[in-house]
Design a protein around this ligand. Structure first.
Ligand code: ATP
Length: 305
């Protein structure tokens, strides 16, 4: 379990993380989402004890990471796949890590196999692609067989096969009862990968919710077709709707629901050819969540459900 409690982090005058509280629970894949600069990496660095909080704390299995007796056996993390010594082979890199953390050599071959790097294990890391370095970083995180795993943007640099592989790996780690946290600024990637999502913007919590519920919290639009679109649009606008006309003459209507639109059309004597409520897409939900932090801060948190 990872607990972030009332955490604030500063870089000079920048408040990178602002009174952030959330818990990452075992047995599921939790996505950590937010636009660029939202504070995801800074929060993860705080969890690893790499930065000192201005306020609050971050705990791994109830303790600060720095105070863990055998940290690699408790939590594995990948923050920056590029931060490895290019002159070594993948096998040497993992063997050094294993030795300095009291982990048996046998684990090196196991994790190389788990991430699909066995065939290139004796090549210099300097010649690895970003995707291969991501796999190596994930192997290092898995080395201590930890119950908690945390990855910063692990999908970056992976090809479609690599992305599928990582999704399956994260799923199986969560199914084994481990705590899995991964960050991304891409909603669609996360939608396929995570069960639960924590969304932050400008260092503040915006949502902490099941992935399936995210789009449900946002009303989509209503698609309306009629032979008199201009007249109907004017009537709906007069009743507070936001109306956009598509190229095909269909109207996209927000701020009125389908029943209200039906009543307005009837009272104006306008026949409708189609009236279809449409749900918001996850991408749309994410954009709307993060476009204005304060407006959407009332998005449901898990504790309130
Ligand atoms: N070392 C640093 N020195 C100064 N400011 C920093 C530093 N690291 C991050 N910041 C600032 O802190 C804020 C949060 O950055 P952070 O990298 O944590 O965001 P992020 O959500 O991980 O973004 P991205 O998706 O772009 O990686 C940003 O305003 C960023 O400019």
């Amino acid at each position: 379990m990872i607990e972030v409690k009332e955490l604030s982090m500063r870089y000079g005058r920048t408040l990178a993380v602002d009174d952030l509280t959330f818990t990452v629970k075992p047995g599921r894949v939790t996505g950590f989402l937010g636009p660029n600069g939202a504070g995801k990496s800074t929060t993860m660095r705080a969890v690893l004890g790499l930065e000192v909080p201005a306020a609050g704390e971050a705990l791994v299995d109830g303790r600060p990471y720095a105070s863990l007796r055998r940290p690699m056996r408790t939590m594995g993390a990948l923050l920056d796949a590029g931060a490895v010594h290019g002159g070594r082979s993948a096998r040497d890199h993992l063997t050094c890590l294993a030795r300095s953390n009291g982990i048996g050599r046998g684990r090196v071959a196991e994790v190389l196999d788990q991430v699909g790097l066995t065939d290139v294990a004796d090549r210099r890391i300097g010649g690895f692609s970003l995707g291969m370095k991501q796999r190596l970083g994930i192997a290092a995180a898995l080395l201590g067989d930890p119950a908690v795993l945390m990855f910063d943007e692990p999908l970056n640099g992976l090809d479609p096969e690599g992305i599928r592989w990582l999704r399956d790996l994260l799923r199986s780690l969560a199914d084994e009862g481990r705590t899995v946290l991964l960050s991304s600024h891409l909603m669609n990637e996360m939608a396929l990968t995570a069960d639960h999502v924590i969304v932050i913007g400008r260092g503040r919590l915006i949502a902490d919710t099941a992935m399936n519920d995210l789009a449900g919290h946002f009303q989509g639009d209503v698609l309306v077709r009629t032979a008199c679109p201009d007249r109907l649009a004017a009537v709906m606008r007069a009743h507070g709707a936001t109306v956009t006309a598509g190229d095909d003459g269909a109207l996209s209507v927000r701020d009125l629901d389908a029943a209200e639109i039906g009543v307005l059309a009837l009272s104006a004597g306008i026949a409708l050819a189609e009236l279809s409520p449409r749900g918001a897409s996850l991408e749309e939900a994410f954009m709307r969540l993060t476009e204005d932090d304060t407006e959407y801060r009332t998005a449901p948190k898990e504790a309130a459900r």
